[in-house]
Design a protein around this ligand. Structure first.
Ligand code: ZN
Length: 280
């Protein structure tokens, strides 16, 4: 498996990494969309699960190495990994290594949100920060919600990869839209949960957006293809209506966190309304 791909956004190089494949129930991934429709774009296995990936991004901006997402929780044990059909055919560490980078070389980590399939590699097997020289950017709302879970979201968070980062004082907690570096911002994208943020990079007249679970895979681009996992599906709909038209107009490169096959994509107008995503 060679996933590694890169794109140029102005003078900024963006590398798509992957932390391997996993599987989730197709019905849960497509919410109210009938299986007869979604299985055309996302075939199910004999347990009704569809193939997904965890796809972090490395942005090389003005000499800094900025990592978006850290990877899939790696300390869940055999049963956990079987439930999620985890296959680490590639890892974020091997991806960094191929670029000549060690975890110590990462200057900034952006946690889009703190679910275990996005922030699970925030810490090492010994419980230490994986990227010891990095600040970890997270929304205040998300850090709060991860620490005050309820029955509907509890399975998505583990204190094991959150509290060591807080204890080490490495979280940079932000509220709402925030420019981290010239041309690089985080942007709240509520719906999947309240505290999710996307990442927007603008350089040389080009735009790249890491959309987080607002659009989990290319197959989720149609406006009403909303995950059953989303806590606030109507908010997901509103957030999509707020931004997709703008990103389409800008010709933005779109990176989804979980597409199993495509690293970089672009929105196209759907003749039936809304948008579809096509791989670049
Ligand atoms: Zn996710």
């Amino acid at each position: 498996m060679t996933w590694h791909q890169q794109r140029q956004i102005g003078d900024v190089t963006v590398h798509s990494l992957t932390d391997g494949q996993f599987r989730l129930d197709g019905g849960a991934m497509f919410g109210s969309v009938p299986k007869t429709l979604w299985e055309r774009v996302a075939p199910a296995d004999d347990l009704n699960r569809i193939r997904l990936r965890t796809n972090p991004l490395l942005i090389r901006l003005n000499g800094e190495n900025i990592l978006v997402e850290t990877g899939f929780w790696d300390q869940g044990g055999e049963k956990f990994e079987a439930i999620y059909g985890l296959e680490r055919d590639e890892t974020v560490f091997r991806g960094l290594d191929a670029l000549g980078l060690r975890p110590e070389d990462i200057h900034l980590v952006i946690n889009t949100h703190l679910h275990f399939d996005h922030a699970g590699r925030n810490v090492t097997l010994t419980g230490d920060p994986t990227f010891p020289n990095a600040r970890y950017v997270v929304q205040r709302q998300e850090l709060h919600d991860a620490r005050h879970t309820h029955e509907r979201n509890r399975a998505s968070y583990l204190a094991a990869y959150i509290e060591p980062i807080a204890d080490a004082g490495l979280f940079d907690v932000v509220d709402g839209e925030h420019e981290l570096r010239p041309g690089l911002s985080v942007l709240p994208l509520p719906g999947h949960n309240l505290g999710q943020q996307g990442v927007v990079l603008r350089a040389g007249g080009q735009t790249l957006v890491y959309v987080a679970d607002l659009i989990a895979t290319l197959a989720h681009a149609p406006t009403a293809y909303i995950m059953g996992y989303d806590l606030y599906p109507v908010t997901t709909l509103e957030t999509r209506k707020q931004y997709l038209g703008q990103w389409f107009e800008e010709g933005a490169v779109i990176c989804t966190p979980h597409d199993p096959d495509v690293a970089f994509a672009q929105l196209q107008a759907n003749p039936k309304g809304g948008f579809v995503l096509k791989g670049l």
